[in-house]
Design a protein around this ligand. Structure first.
Ligand code: CMP
Length: 142
């Protein structure tokens, strides 16, 4: 079924000038960009977005990294978009990511891993709402 998912090109991906390369991978995989914006997250925004990780040992580093430069945030739409995007990204740790995935090709470490993608349809809806509100997207299929 057609789904939407939330994608972030993280500060290292923007710094490495990979926005077009990554957008091209989305499009070639049949995903449509239905909302997008570049923004420099505040610590408050990054902490709220990653609130589920608040108790993890890497939380402070994660907030510092995610606020270290601008990010590119997009909502993607397409058949099974959540898993199509996860397959394009590869495993969280680039050392474990399959060849040809975004993280295998470009990421330096488990933290600086270039992209974020929603892990399920339910979290995707919440993450899209977090960045774009309830009517900030331009869906093509309904
Ligand atoms: P992401 O998929 O955006 O979700 C949480 C982020 O925390 C993850 O990508 C990484 O950028 C970062 N991170 C840092 N260390 C770890 C770790 N040990 N396990 C999972 N995520 C980590």
């Amino acid at each position: 079924s057609v789904e939407q998912t939330l994608s972030i090109i993280k500060p290292d991906g923007v710094q490495k000038n990979l926005i077009g390369e990554i957008y091209s991978r989305f499009e070639k995989a049949g995903l449509r960009i239905v909302a997008a914006k570049m923004m420099h997250l505040s610590k408050e925004q990054a902490g709220e977005f990653y609130a589920v990780h608040k108790e993890r040992p890497f939380f402070n580093d994660l907030v510092n990294y995610m606020t270290s430069g601008p990010v590119m945030v997009q909502a993607l739409e397409g058949e099974l978009a959540v898993n199509v995007n996860r397959d394009l990204m590869g495993a969280t740790n680039p050392a474990d990511a399959d060849d040809g995935t975004i993280r295998s090709d470009f990421a330096d470490s488990i933290e600086e891993n270039i992209v974020h993608g929603s892990d399920a349809v339910e979290t995707a809806a919440a993450e899209i709402r977090f960045f774009f509100g309830s009517d900030g997207i331009c869906p093509r299929t309904r």
